[in-house]
Design a protein around this ligand. Structure first.
Ligand code: NG6
Ligand code: CA
Length: 509
């Protein structure tokens, strides 16, 4: 009896110690990041039409955060927030154009810098979309035929294997560290926002606008009519690099293979940080034929099944390496769901024209929350959010409000690392919450990108009015109105005023 009590006390002491200073060995950290995956797209979130057994198993082993958020309802700003701990609303960052320069200044102290400083091997394998190359503005000056930099290696990653932008954007090639993979020097790559007419010696691709018939794989619904590569119109124009082109239907396989190799070669006594942002289920949705027809929802549903497979493969690789127990796996997404997004692939809802419509063929990607990608409502940022660490975290469900932006300082706290002054300005220490030891999340979350702002304060949602889109000022009480149907701006002017002021104050700080 005595012995038992002492052991329990010892365990408790060790546990408390772990929260401030970590006893060796330090856990590996893997961030599995979906693209455009909403709360209702995962089985554990209620998806009936898309099976996600691997994600559900991961969720069962960890803590499911039901009020977990990315920082913006679009991609680049959310990634920026997670990797820098600073909110993109401060710089006005929006979706980065193809060829846009690196959005994170190399002197920024980043999340991979934090891990690297703590002795971790750091890698990013997947979709980047944080810009690459020098310069400012929409289009940068990366040399796609030489050393493509600055990029992830300049902001703290030891290794990178990337889709440089997004799968709907040029260049449609993989980048390993500073080099385009399989580039034939006799077929140099150039990219631009406009058609490229002065590089006749590089492979030419059809221009989607002039040759819509070239889009044989998938038709553009809107905007994706630059260069047509693999029968798919892309955003932006590209010449050259024929031998280096990716095959859209095997991108997930390539990424899984890369991640497996990275995990397999890690030394047992050196921890690693792997950031694995999946291109799936972003458009163009091109699930491999192994996954085609797995759902009744066409490419979007099937891509989600493929993404679930990817999650399963990474977990399997960790298990095979014998490190799953001591690996923290964070599972989340960069923004809420979208159906029609630039291509005609069978999805039925274009939210711009059907703002109130949530269902695509019986499936609601955002679950009970309103809206999704591009939108200031909770469905834009409230995304699947799981933290698992089999060796330490007791599985469960938490309703605490947490943001991906808060991972930065929470990991610093876990690793007992001090941050340089000014680093990760908007990130807060939620380590006890992520470890399942507390349900005291944050009071507020800043949400948005560029001109679109929103604020969550406890159970309140505040959205300033926006002239450009003619959206009115909005206030919702999520405690009684989870679907944001009753705008309380007029009936509760005090709360509206309080949150209006709070938002300005946070942004001015
Ligand atoms: C939009 C694109 C959309 C997608 C999005 C970025 C059009 C009409 N729409 O501008 O298809 O590429 O940008 O998505 O071109 S994200 O997930 O990377 O933010
Ligand atoms: Ca996205």
């Amino acid at each position: 009896m005595m012995k038992k009590t002492m052991t329990a006390a010892l365990v408790a002491m060790m546990w408390m110690g772990a929260l401030s200073t970590l006893a060796a060995p330090r856990p590996n950290v893997v961030i599995l990041y979906g693209d455009d995956v909403g709360c209702g797209d995962v089985g554990y979130g209620g998806s009936k039409l898309i099976p996600t057994p691997n994600i559900d198993a991961l969720a069962k082993r960890g803590i499911i955060f039901t009020d977990g958020h990315c920082s913006s309802s679009v991609c680049s700003p959310s990634r920026f927030a997670m990797l820098t701990g600073s909110h993109p609303l401060r710089s006005g960052l929006s979706v980065i154009a193809p060829g846009g320069p690196l959005a994170i200044q190399p002197d920024t102290f980043t999340l991979p810098d934090l891990f690297k400083k703590a002795g971790y091997n750091t890698a990013v394998i997947g979709k980047w979309h944080l810009g690459i190359g020098p310069g400012e503005g929409r289009v940068g000056n990366a040399d796609w035929n030489g050393e493509v930099k600055p990029g992830p290696l300049e902001i703290g990653f030891d290794y990178s294997f990337l889709i440089p932008s997004t799968n709907d954007r040029v260049p449609c090639v993989f980048l390993r560290n500073h080099r385009v993979v399989n580039l034939d020097p006799n077929d140099p790559i150039y990219i631009s926002g406009k058609p490229i007419t002065d590089k006749p010696n590089s492979t030419q691709y059809p221009n989607g606008k002039a040759n819509p018939e070239a889009m044989t794989t998938m038709k553009s619904a809107k905007g994706h009519n630059g260069s047509v590569i693999n029968g798919i119109g892309r955003i932006g124009h590209m010449v050259g690099g024929k031998a280096a082109l990716w095959d859209d239907y095997t991108i997930s396989d390539v990424m899984v293979d890369e991640a497996r190799k990275f995990i397999a070669k890690q030394k047992k006594d050196e921890p690693f940080f792997l950031y694995f942002p999946s291109q799936a289920i972003h458009t163009p949705r091109t699930p491999n034929k192994r996954f085609q027809g797995k759902t009744k929802l066409g490419p979007r549903g099937d891509s989600m099944v493929e993404f679930d497979w990817k999650v399963g493969e990474i977990i399997k690789a960790l298990k095979e390496k014998g490190v799953l127990e001591n690996t923290i796996v964070v599972f989340s997404s960069d923004n809420g769901p979208v159906y029609i997004d630039g291509y005609e692939d069978g999805a039925t809802i274009d939210r711009k024209n059907n703002p109130g419509e949530e269902f695509d063929r019986g499936h609601d990607g955002s679950g009970p929350y309103r809206g999704g990608k591009y939108m200031p409502h909770d469905g834009g940022t409230r995304v699947p959010f799981v933290v698992s660490w089999p060796a330490r975290i007791k599985p469960g469900v938490s309703a605490a409000t947490v943001g991906q932006i808060d991972l930065f300082v929470s990991f610093a706290s876990l690793l007992d690392m001090e941050l340089p002054e000014g680093a990760a300005k908007d990130s807060r220490d939620l380590l006890p919450v992520f470890m399942g030891e507390s349900d005291q999340g944050v009071d507020y979350l800043l949400q948005g990108f560029k001109a679109q702002k929103a604020l969550r304060y406890k159970n309140w949602k505040y959205i300033p009015g926006r002239k450009k889109t003619k959206d009115p000022e909005q206030l919702y009480n999520l405690a009684e109105d989870i679907g944001e149907q009753n705008n309380l701006v007029e009936s509760n002017p005090e709360m509206a005023q309080q949150l209006r002021e709070m938002l300005s104050k946070i942004l001015a700080a």
